[in-house]
Write a protein that binds this ligand. Structure first.
Ligand SMILES: CC(C)(COP(=O)(O)OP(=O)(O)OC[C@H]1O[C@@H](n2cnc3c(N)ncnc32)[C@H](O)[C@@H]1OP(=O)(O)O)[C@@H](O)C(=O)NCCC(=O)NCCS
Length: 206
């Protein structure tokens, strides 16, 4: 579906995983802290993370044939199903075992967030939302969020839930603007490894 701004939002195909990973690598400082400074390496290491959550949960935003944004959601059931399979085959040759351990320690705070407040059955969780820096401030993030709302309503969820890192000013401003409310502040252990002071858990009732 293409909107009036020329943004096409659609479910990812197999061929979209790599470009979506590149969006994440460019958009998130945290992923470069996990996997290093080389963007294509960061993208390669991000692929197993996107695959763990599942392609059926991945939406891409395309403009002029380019993948410029991505959104990945998770229902409660997806947390139990997700499996990180690329550690040995993808991460180890690129990062070495010490790099794998560093990356896992970097991911730990994000995983620990759910121990404090698991996602409920009636909530759809926004796992990742990213827009390539060169394409930001053109309405793509907002369009992807609107899409998540439609998706959630269609599937019978009653609320959307997400975490945002304290330093992500653009994201915090976007979420507040479209009606997300801060439910709690979370400070998981090890968060400083990825430069995060705290996370805000934000929720929007549909
Ligand atoms: C957050 C992000 C997805 C927003 O995407 P985007 O396409 O630039 O957002 P939009 O153009 O749709 O902006 C919608 C509104 O959000 C707010 N906003 C977006 N970027 C902002 C910024 N840099 N500063 C302040 N407000 C901002 C504004 O209210 C904006 O509306 P306006 O342009 O009419 O003023 C993008 O900045 C990004 O990928 N950031 C890095 C990754 C990240 O933090 N993701 C969220 C993780 S939870």
């Amino acid at each position: 579906m293409e909107n009036e701004a020329g943004i096409i939002i659609r479910l990812a195909t197999e061929a979209d995983i790599q470009p979506a990973a590149l969006v994440v690598a460019e958009a998130f400082d945290e992923y470069r802290l996990l996997f290093g400074d080389d963007i294509s390496t960061v993208a390669r290491c991000t692929v197993p993370l996107l695959e763990a959550v599942g392609r059926h949960n991945l939406t891409v935003a395309k403009v002029e044939g380019q993948t410029v944004g991505m959104l990945q959601v998770m229902a409660r059931v997806d947390f139990a199903r997700s499996r990180l399979r690329g550690i040995g085959s993808v991460w180890r040759p690129v990062l070495g075992w010490s790099g794998v351990v560093r990356a896992l320690l970097g991911l730990a705070p994000m995983l620990l967030l759910f121990l404090g407040r698991p996602v409920r059955r009636d909530e759809l969780y926004i796992a990742t939302l990213g827009v390539r820096p060169a394409w930001q401030r053109r309405g793509i993030g907002r369009t992807l969020l609107n899409h998540a709302e439609e998706l959630a309503k269609r599937q019978g969820f009653e609320a959307l839930l997400l975490h945002v890192a304290s330093h992500s000013a653009a994201a915090r401003s976007l979420y507040a603007r479209v009606g997300y409310i801060v439910e709690r502040v979370q400070r998981p252990p090890l968060r400083h490894r990825i430069g995060v002071d705290h996370y805000l858990l934000m929720r929007k009732v549909l």
